[in-house]
Every structure is written in structure tokens, then in C-alpha cells.
Design a protein around this ligand. Sequence first.
Ligand code: GLU
Length: 327
Amino acid sequence: MKASFSKALVSVAAGTLLSTSALATEFMTIGTGGPTGVYFQVGNAVCQMVHREAAEGRSAGRQHGYRCSAPSTAGSIYNIRNIEAGELQFGVAQSDWQFHAVNGTSKFDDGQIGDLRAVFSVHPEPFQILAGEGSGITSWDDLKGKRVNIGNPGSGQRGTFEVLLNANNADLDYFGTASEFTSSEQSTALCNGDIDAYGYTVGVPNAGVAQAADGCGASIINLNNAAVEKLVADNPYYAFATIPAGTYSTTSADVTTFGVKATFVTSAKVDADMVYEVTRAVFENFDAFKSLHPAFSNLTPESMISEGLSAPLHEGAVRYYKERGWM
Ligand code: GLU
């Protein structure tokens, strides 16, 4: 009796040891964007699913030890550069900047980021110019000489705004002043009258844009001149986008602009098991994931693994997609 009791104790202890070593905790960080943007919601939704799998996996006898955080960052270009540097394991990035990083073009003309890997794409992101109420700005031409926020360095919108200027044969001198407020500062600056307009590449709807549109009467202008038509015709990562009437209180008619996709990226140097578990966590909990932001409502696995991706898919993501029969 006494002997078998201590034997049972020993095997319990051995079992505990085994599962503890299998569950070594590993941390990952996902680069997002400003705290009022949609990237911040993407990163935190992914982390929520990773932690849900960790907890529910425990009761289902399937466990992983990954823990996740998704802090606010400067945005797309910052995220890609910091994934490359090993400071971030994952990040959200515009499809145009993913393309340029892979190809060593535009802001990445100092060298290709050969280790960049795609995991999936997320929501569409129209490039939006918000014009202050009473600014008189209703088209690209009206921006000439105005006080325009071009966004903080490292953000996707800053890069895409520069591309748009270039496409219109203009540079920063086209504006009266060009400011560098972050995405979480720009609506306050617009509503306070410190700037006349700002540019932002962001999912729809977005709380930051709502602050300016619903809060102080700012409007999103149409961007469909010849320069934009050429951008869309010449570049696979740009497409025309519509912001439907009624999205914000000042969106009285559909707005036409151009846009990209938000994408979720990592590095070839990130462990395949980690990428597999992150991918699995999102798609095994897909309805819960989609419910976390209205910009995710039209997402489908088919579009997420095919659209907006220029970098090769990470092998850990491919493992999951093959298991599901999606590839
Ligand atoms: N598209 C923006 C960027 O690349 C971020 C948008 C967001 O935070 O949702 O910096």
C-alpha cells in the first residue's frame, strides 16, 4: 500500500516535469501602428487568439507555450525593418511596402529584404485624404499651398503619400507646410485647425477617421485623377477602392480612391513552429477573430492566403494551409 502510493507520486511528478518542459514559454512581439488604427486591432486580435489556443489547448490536451504582445509602433515600414533586425517576430504592413521590401525598390532601394515572409493578408486599406470642414479642399488640386499632414516617418501612409506626390509630379513644396503628426495625433490637429488635411492609409471604418469626420465635419475626398489611374494601372499592389456612402456622417456619397491590403508578415528566421501556431490560432478561431473589428467582416481564408502577398509564404504558415487542404 505504502509502496504503490509513493510510486503514484513519482509518476505524477514525472508527468508534471514532462509537460512543463514541453511548454517552455516563448514570447513574440507583433508590430502594429498607432493606437487608434486598425493594425493595433489586428495585432491584438492575433494575440488574443494565440492566448485562447494556449488556454483551450490546455484543457483539450493540446498545448503550446507561446505568449504574444502587440505594441503600438510607427507603422508598416518600421515593422518590416524591425522584423529584419530581429526586434519584432511579426508585423502588419501595407501590401505596397511588402512588395517594395521584397523587390528592393522605392524606400527599400538600399537592398532587398530577402528574409521577409508573408503569413496572410488582412483587410483592405484605402488611402484617404481627410479635408477639414471649411478648408475648401475637395480634390487633389485643392491641396496646393495648404497645411497638410503627411504622417510620421516609418508609417505606410507617409510612404504612400510620397508616392502619390511623385505620381502627380510634385514634391513636399506643393504644400504650404507638410507636418509629421502620427495617426493618433492627426485628427486632433485637423479638428483644432492646426492643419487643413491629412493622408492616412487605413481600414474602414476606423475610430481615428471617425474622430475627424463625425467629430468635426471633415470629409474624405475623391482621389481618381489621371495620376491615380496611372498608379493603379502600373502597379499590381494598388487597386481602386470605394468608401461607401454612409460610412461616416460626412460620407454623403461613395468616395473613390486607391488602396492596398494590410498584410501580416514575418521573417524566414522566425521558427516554423511559432508561425504555425500563430496561423493556426487565427484560422481555428476565425469567427471570433473576424468579430473583433468591422474591417475584418469580409475576410475569407481564400483571399487571405492569395491576395496582396509578394513575399513567399512562411513554411510554418504553409504547413497549416496544407493541413487544411487550402494549398
Ligand atoms: N497603414 C498604416 C501604416 O502602414 C497603419 C494603419 C493602421 O494603423 O491601421 O502605417
